[in-house]
Design a binder for this molecule. Structure first.
Ligand SMILES: NC(=O)c1ccc[n+]([C@@H]2O[C@H](COP(=O)([O-])OP(=O)(O)OC[C@H]3O[C@@H](n4cnc5c(N)ncnc54)[C@H](O)[C@@H]3O)[C@@H](O)[C@H]2O)c1
Length: 268
């Protein structure tokens, strides 16, 4: 018996990265899983890795309302409704880190569209289906960058801060209807996104990933499974008294003050 037998889950951006690992873990635990993704090849390969009949691929660009409505309709047609929505999709510019002056309007709109607007749209269209089933869970993928920042990522950081605010807000609107809304804040996780952004590192991708790991108190970067385990817990009845909250899954990164991490840090 699986922990999510009888449940239907949508994972946006579930073809690759931590979305894929989480989608596969839900399927392994008995859920029916709809992957909503723009990448058809990777999406098909993720569905093929699930138990027969457990997965459905909905090709979609979730930055727009029409595609989000199609994903929800696909889930209802394929599996009869929706219990859990993992708003996971996210993009980060890999080549053009920029301050606000050289962030183009197009870049801003695309990043906010994928990283924040899609969370609003997918929730908007999935909630009526959850309501018909007597409740549900929405997990939003934010980032430690929603809590603290770094240079050169204004659109990404703003999108992640927005995800955390939206999480709190939706949690209040839907608590009485037994729809819980939570966020996770990953630290650095070994995914296609991080590997793509590490290609320009002078020490090479593998060395850079190890170096990023050393900046996390636990001494390594995270894996997709580190994230999937927490998402499955938050989605389960074991977390039934949690809503409107975020959980850092970051190897201790947010616990550490900047004064304690750099070379020459003083002992205070
Ligand atoms: N990897 C990290 O270190 C890290 C850290 C903190 C937060 N995050 C967040 O975690 C989430 C997942 O990141 P990841 O590293 O697994 O990313 P990834 O790039 O490895 O995978 C993202 C997936 O989203 C899909 N996608 C992109 N744009 C889409 C669109 N418009 N419509 C539908 N699908 C689309 C891609 O095809 C891909 O399958 C993102 O929200 C990201 O911001 C990542």
């Amino acid at each position: 018996m699986g922990q999510f037998d009888g449940k239907v889950v949508i994972v946006t951006g579930g073809a690759l990265g931590m979305g894929r690992t989480t989608a596969l873990e839900f399927a392994r635990e008995g859920a029916r899983v709809v992957i909503a993704d723009i990448n058809a090849d990777a999406g098909r390969s993720a569905i093929a890795a699930m138990p027969a009949g457990a997965g459905h691929l909905s090709i979609a660009d979730v930055a727009g309302a029409t595609d989000c409505q199609s994903v929800v309709a696909d889930a209802e047609r394929a599996f009869g409704g929706i219990d859990i929505l993992f708003n996971n999709v996210g993009i980060q510019p890999t080549t053009s880190y920029a301050n606000v002056e050289n962030t183009t309007e197009e870049m801003w709109d695309r990043i906010l569209g994928v990283n924040l607007k899609s969370y609003f749209l997918m929730s908007k269209f999935a909630i009526p289906s959850m309501r018909r089933r007597g409740g549900g869970v929405i997990i939003n993928n934010a980032s430690v960058q929603g809590l603290q920042s770094m240079k050169g990522v204004p659109a990404y950081a703003a999108s992640k801060g927005g995800v955390l605010s939206l999480t709190r807000q939706m949690a209040l609107d839907y608590a009485a209807e037994r729809i819980r809304v939570l966020a996770i804040c990953p630290g650095t996780i070994d995914t296609e996104m991080v590997r793509a952004s590490a290609v320009n590192e002078p020490d090479g991708v593998e060395a850079a990933l190890e170096r990023y790991g050393r900046s996390h108190p636990i001494g390594r970067i995270g894996t997709g499974l580190d994230i999937a385990n927490v998402v499955l817990f938050l989605s389960s009845d074991r977390a039934s008294f949690m809503t409107g909250e975020y959980v850092c899954v970051d190897g201790g990164y947010m616990a550490m003050g900047a004064w304690a991490s750099g070379a020459g840090a003083a002992e205070a």
